[in-house]
Ligand binder design. Structure first.
Ligand code: ATP
Length: 368
């Protein structure tokens, strides 16, 4: 008797101390993660960080070397992939080339022994849902990349899986099409309410789509949180730098005082918010370029104002990006809304400042 799983509309998954070794190589280290019912969780990290390995363990294609995997309170570590019955969408569309659009979408329903009336209704619904009406009889080779990916999505969702796994599904598409497909996936997630686990190495894709983002590096889960939490309060330098450009200013004479921290940078006092309970004696002040402003005179009376000169300015339409140098030669990047600022002349002396709550403290070295 086979265990029946995946009947619930959206499943909840709990990974407990998952490890994976390939020979002597540790691809995943002690990974614990709860994926909530109906959540859109993105696994984000550079190439080789272990995202796909973890997704394959979730799918049941790869057995973990250590740890357990739970779904809706049941231990599914040893349940084979076909009994987990998750939907899957991969980078290569993996459509059946000899089957038409509707035959591709019908396939998982046929395998599950659904009645032909049920299959017809469900395929019609999915074709409409992903905007492929009129293309039902076409073979995959007659479709664009975006259309093929829509077929793959429809096929993966046709049997109402409790979990949908997506591995870099849009990395082969150009930027505009990728953004369109992101919208599409976001909408499908809202409409189906299914648990989505999405793999990408693209930080903007992760921030745009997810209810939470899990950041991987070297087989370790470094941080998991809502997009605004991981972007605005990264816990270490890798997460801070992977999610976007950031200014890091080494601090001397660090003083911690409750949820505030203060230190010296080039004889100026820097005051920051401090969310890490423990930090070494050496730390850096971290501030995103869009949180800094440039002015001819210091904006804050006593702190968070640094004398700089403008090395370079790049007009990017909505924002203008400035590259500055401090007296000691530290580089600082500032991006400001073009409409809100008069351009600053090349090589002019300016002050860079930012509000206390927009800066935060990070350890000096990467602690992983
Ligand atoms: P990418 O974005 O490039 O797919 P990833 O974060 O998904 O990267 P994984 O594919 O999970 O990374 O790979 C993690 C590490 O494990 C890599 O160094 C990879 O070479 C290694 N690895 C994965 N599968 C195997 C395997 N079957 N045998 C040996 N090593 C493997």
């Amino acid at each position: 008797q086979r265990m029946q799983l995946g009947d619930a509309k959206a499943a909840e998954i709990k990974a407990v101390s998952i490890g994976k070794t390939f020979g002597a190589f540790r691809a995943l280290k002690d990974l614990s993660l709860d994926i909530g019912r109906g959540e859109f969780l993105t696994l984000l990290g550079p190439s080789g960080s272990g995202k796909t390995t973890f997704l394959m363990i979730l799918a049941g294609f790869t057995a973990p070397s250590e740890g357990r995997l739970m779904m809706d309170g049941k231990d599914i570590t040893d349940v084979p992939a076909e009994d987990r019955s998750y939907g899957m969408v991969f980078q290569g569309y993996a459509l059946f080339p000899h089957l038409t659009v509707e035959q591709n979408i019908a396939f998982p329903l046929k395998v599950r022994g659904r009645s032909s009336a049920d299959i017809k209704r469900r395929v019609g619904e999915m074709v409409e849902r992903v905007g492929l009406t009129g293309h039902e009889k076409k073979l995959p080779t007659k479709l664009s990349g975006g259309q093929q990916q829509r077929v793959a999505l429809a096929r993966a969702l046709a049997f109402e899986p409790s979990v949908l796994l997506l591995d870099e599904p849009f990395s082969a598409l150009d930027k505009n099409l990728r953004e369109m497909m992101q919208e599409e996936v976001k909408r499908l997630h809202q409409e189906t309410g299914t648990t989505f686990v999405f793999v990408t190495h693209d930080q903007s894709e992760a921030l745009a789509l997810s209810s939470r983002v899990a950041i991987f590096n070297h087989g370790e889960l470094l941080q998991v949180g809502r997009p605004q939490d991981v972007y605005e309060r990264p816990e270490n330098r890798f997460v801070a730098e992977f999610l976007g450009e950031i200014n890091l200013l080494p601090l001397d004479a660090l003083r911690l005082d409750g949820d505030k921290a203060a230190g010296q940078f080039e004889d100026r006092t820097i005051v920051l918010s401090q969310t890490r309970p423990q930090i070494g004696p050496k730390a850096v002040a971290a501030v995103r370029p869009e949180h800094m402003t440039i002015a001819a005179i210091p904006q804050n009376a006593g702190h968070n104002a640094i004398a700089c000169w403008i090395e370079d300015a790049t007009y990017l339409g909505a924002v203008t990006k400035y590259h500055l140098k401090t007296r000691s030669g530290t580089s600082i990047a500032v991006s400001m809304p073009t409409a809100a600022t008069a351009p600053f002349a090349h090589r002019s002396d300016v002050w860079v400042s930012w509000p206390t709550e927009q800066g935060f403290l990070l350890p000096h070295q990467n602690e992983t």
